[in-house]
Design a protein around this ligand. Structure first.
Ligand SMILES: Nc1ncnc2c1ncn2[C@@H]1O[C@H](COP(=O)(O)OP(=O)(O)OP(=O)(O)O)[C@@H](O)[C@H]1O
Ligand SMILES: [Mg+2]
Length: 385
């Protein structure tokens, strides 16, 4: 539970600006949406017949990376006894899926990063890991023989087995799905599936709602997976509004200022300007607090805070993405299954009976200038009869 009245230590007021700001940056809050998702995630991991891939999807700024970091810490603590006994053990690995610098997600770089985290001492003999910044220096990037993505993947699978890795947490996992050709998506999921099967690990994919594509592309992965959503606060739900208000007050009370700002009359304004996301609120208040310290203020008002808020255009983009993600999250009606499994046998030629995936691909708009053959009558029936 959040205690909104919990204050910062008074002594901080005499500390330098940098220390005060750092104190506020480090303030963590165990708010409802975070707690619910975290508990759900831990239950799924503890479940005996647990899924091998757990997807945590949510809008930007909802606190997914914060959740991933907490999970990493807690899993390490949970396995501390085992790692103390066997120092070669690496029970949990946390990694960021870097966005592709080219057109496709770079598996080779990804595997190499995990191997590095996993303490693979031979990594440098498999590939030269020069960063992009070094590309124009004298040291050339020359992968040694056999350092293809497949070789690195096999090394990684072996490495995770030897190091008794049980969990792989991948933050920003939606970057894995960044490919120039949508048909490659299936391949991306195959790679993940292979990792779970070969290394017997649980993969936790954390990222935006794009991750929900998993349901459209890989039946085998769906069977092994569970999807959790980390939701933003909903302005239409009283409990959500109250929790968000408590979080706002908590952050304000934790801000080392002579006079704590009072935004009782601006609760709705703060909710809206953060689209109900705690992470957006925290980042905003950090910006405001940093400027207030620099300006030597004892406190600040709503007008001052507004100067550092995200602009409405940007917030509309965020809310659009969130809404379309939430729609994707909605399940198909049961009747759709019935239609596919039972009725399709009777009407195998109708478009209704096509599997959803197929239906989705046929719903693509035709390219400009290309005729749609279903619209044009085939043949010339002037000569008929
Ligand atoms: N529970 C929390 N308590 C305190 N600060 C938080 C909390 N959750 C998030 N934040 C802060 O909010 C900011 C955004 O959070 P975070 O990076 O976790 O969001 P995200 O969902 O991963 O966003 P993105 O999708 O853009 O990566 C960070 O500065 C983080 O420290
Ligand atoms: Mg993040």
């Amino acid at each position: 539970m959040i205690n909104p009245k919990d204050k910062f230590p008074e002594a901080l007021l005499n500390e330098p600006i940098a220390k005060r700001l750092q104190y506020f940056k480090d303030v963590q809050i165990d708010h409802l949406k975070h707690r619910v998702t975290f508990n759900h995630l831990v239950n799924s991991l503890n479940c005996a017949a647990g899924s091998k891939v757990i997807v945590v999807a949510g809008p930007t700024g909802v606190g997914k990376t914060t959740l991933a970091r907490r999970l990493y810490r807690e899993l390490q603590i949970k396995h501390a006894d085992a790692t103390n006994k066997d120092v070669s053990m690496v029970p949990v690995i946390g990694v960021n899926a870097a966005p592709p610098s080219g057109r496709n997600f770079n598996w080779k770089d990804f595997y190499a990063r995990i191997l590095e985290r996993n303490g693979d001492i031979l990594l440098n003999q498999k590939i030269n890991l020069n960063g992009q910044g070094e590309m124009f220096t004298d040291t050339h990037c020359q992968p040694v023989e056999g350092s293809t993505a497949d070789v690195l993947r096999r090394s990684l699978e072996k490495c995770m087995k030897y190091r008794k890795t049980r969990y792989l947490i991948i933050d920003e996992a939606h970057h894995i799905l960044m490919v120039n050709d949508p048909t490659r998506l299936e391949y991306q999921f195959e790679m993940l599936k292979s990792m779970t099967i070969e290394s017997d690990i649980t993969i936790i994919l954390i990222g935006t709602y794009d991750l929900l594509k998993i349901r459209d592309y890989s039946g085998q992965l769906v069977r092994r997976s569970e999807i959790l959503s980390m939701n933003r606060y909903d302005a239409n739900i009283k409990e959500d509004r109250e929790e968000f208000t408590s979080a706002l007050e908590y952050f304000l009370n934790k801000m080392p200022l002579k006079i704590t700002p009072d935004f009782t009359n601006y609760r709705e304004y703060f909710f809206i300007k953060c689209v109900g996301c705690i992470g957006i609120l925290k980042d905003w208040l950090t910006r405001v607090y940093g400027h207030a310290l620099k300006d030597g203020l004892d406190t600040f008002d709503q007008k001052y805070a507004n100067k550092f808020a995200l602009d409405n255009k940007g917030l509309i983009t965020i809310i659009d993405e969130a809404l379309s993600g939430e729609m994707k999250l909605e399940d198909e009606p049961y009747e759709e299954l019935v239609k596919l499994l039972i009725e399709s046998d009777n009407q195998s030629t109708s478009t209704e009976s096509q599997p959803l995936k197929q239906k989705m691909s046929t719903e693509k708009k035709p390219r400009v200038g290309i005729r749609n053959p279903s619209r044009d009558q085939v043949g010339d029936n002037r000569h008929e009869g």
